[in-house]
Design a protein around this ligand. Structure first.
Ligand code: PLP
Length: 401
């Protein structure tokens, strides 16, 4: 059976050109970049070229880019590094309720360390209000961290305006741009961004590599101690194959950006429109227009996202759901709940995240299969329309309620 991958927000395949250059830096060109000899010089040069490539993608200077092990580490370094380095100035951090767990759990840790964190709410489209950010600022605020684009529902935040506000108030502004890089035009100067997180495996690069952009002059301290790599901010022998792969992935993202955006937007809109035409009782989650080009997130009433996933998988379609019934967590997605969805509606949500390899044929196949699956699931569902169960037991297909 042919398989269709609609889970690019979880991870992307490594581009062949990326894999090719990585292999070269695992086999022939294996030197330690800190070594003085020619083997070391050759990998040092490659690392600095990759740094340049990432910087160019963001409109930054090369010496403002530091390599890390991925988005999670970049987020942790941004929050803890800035918090600890600036605690004399203040102990207040502003973030949102819909951040990735790398941000939310780092914030919870910081709260245990004596920091105060404001988690801003979002509206029904998962949009943060600039006014809310403004009102949350106190004379103790040292950092604002708002994600660029949400990984579940795709909503893109008013980054430039929040950055402008932070700049005026002389507060550092960090954005988790893991989902936005390679999918949106990003210029850190134009958007007033001080610190930005990105990850290799979300942009057709390898897993276990990422980067953090830190504007020159930002006060930040290391959370890890060792050698002098990455100007002591992130010690440890460089992951040269990963870095070189990320550099190549960033170069491809820059060259292909406009093409990727138009291709994905076209497929996304076709998929959304098709689902809306063919399937009743659904709700599109996330902002209608201001969303990631490849993100489709829809709640299907009276069904479980998990059953949908399993049935799609049987038909060769890989997607993801906003309910976490099978991952050991009791609650559906914190993002969907923050948007005001009921547990019932949140549990029926499905995320289809498209990538550059997807085609119109993939969309057509999905539009053929999905209505059949829904019809069957809904006909069997105890949550169905007029059933009393629907009202009394919103989560009867799960074991938790
Ligand atoms: C995937 C993701 C991360 C984590 O990145 P890793 O490289 O997997 O650690 C952080 N934030 C967002 C928004 C993501 O989508």
């Amino acid at each position: 059976m042919e398989r269709i991958y609609f889970d690019h927000s979880a991870t992307t395949p490594v581009d062949r050109e990326v894999a090719k250059v990585m292999l070269e830096y695992m086999t022939e060109k294996f030197g330690n970049p800190s070594s003085i000899h020619s083997f070391g010089r050759e990998t040092r040069k490659a690392v600095e070229e990759a740094r340049n490539s990432v910087a160019t993608l963001l409109g930054a200077a090369a010496n403002e880019i530091f390599f890390t092990s991925g988005g999670t580490e970049s987020d942790n370094l941004a929050l803890k590094g800035i918090a600890f380095a600036n605690r004399k100035k203040g102990n207040h951090i502003i973030t949102t309720a819909i951040e990735h767990h790398a941000i939310l759990h780092a914030c919870e840790y910081l709260e245990k360390q004596g920091f105060t964190v404001t988690y801003l709410p979002v509206d029904e489209n998962a949009m943060v209000s600039v006014e809310d950010v403004k009102n949350a600022i106190t004379d103790k605020t040292i950092l604002i961290s708002v994600m660029f684009a949400n990984n579940e529902v795709g909503t893109i935040q008013p980054i430039k305006e929040i950055g402008q506000l932070a700049k005026e108030k002389k507060i550092y502004f960090h954005t988790d741009a893991v989902q936005a890089v390679g999918n949106c035009h990003i210029d850190v100067n134009e958007l007033n961004i001080d610190v930005l997180s990105l990850s290799g495996h979300k942009i057709y690069g390898p897993k276990g590599i990422g980067a953090i952009y830190i504007r020159k002059g930002v006060k930040i301290e290391s959370t890890q101690h060792g050698g002098s790599q990455e100007r002591k901010l992130r010690p440890g022998t460089e992951n040269v194959p990963g870095i070189v792969g990320l550099g190549k992935a960033a170069e491809l993202a820059r060259i292909e950006l406009d093409q990727r955006i138009s291709h994905l937007t076209n497929l996304r809109d076709k998929l959304i429109k098709g689902i809306q035409e063919k399937i009743p009782d659904i709700k599109l989650n996330g902002h209608k227009e201001i969303r990631l080009p490849g993100n489709v997130n829809i709640s299907f009433l009276y069904v479980e996202g998990e059953s949908l996933l399993l049935n799609l998988d049987l038909k060769g379609i890989a997607a993801s759901s906003g309910s976490a019934c099978t991952s050991g967590s009791l609650d559906p997605s914190h993002v969907l709940l923050a948007m005001g969805l009921t547990h019932e509606v949140a549990h029926g949500s499905l995320r289809l995240s498209l990538g550059r390899g997807n085609t119109e044929a993939d969309i057509n196949y999905c539009l053929e299969v999905l209505p059949q699956i829904l019809e069957r699931l809904r006909s069997m569902s105890p949550l169905n329309a007029n059933s009393k169960l629907a009202a009394n037991n919103p989560c009867s297909q799960c074991d938790h309620h």
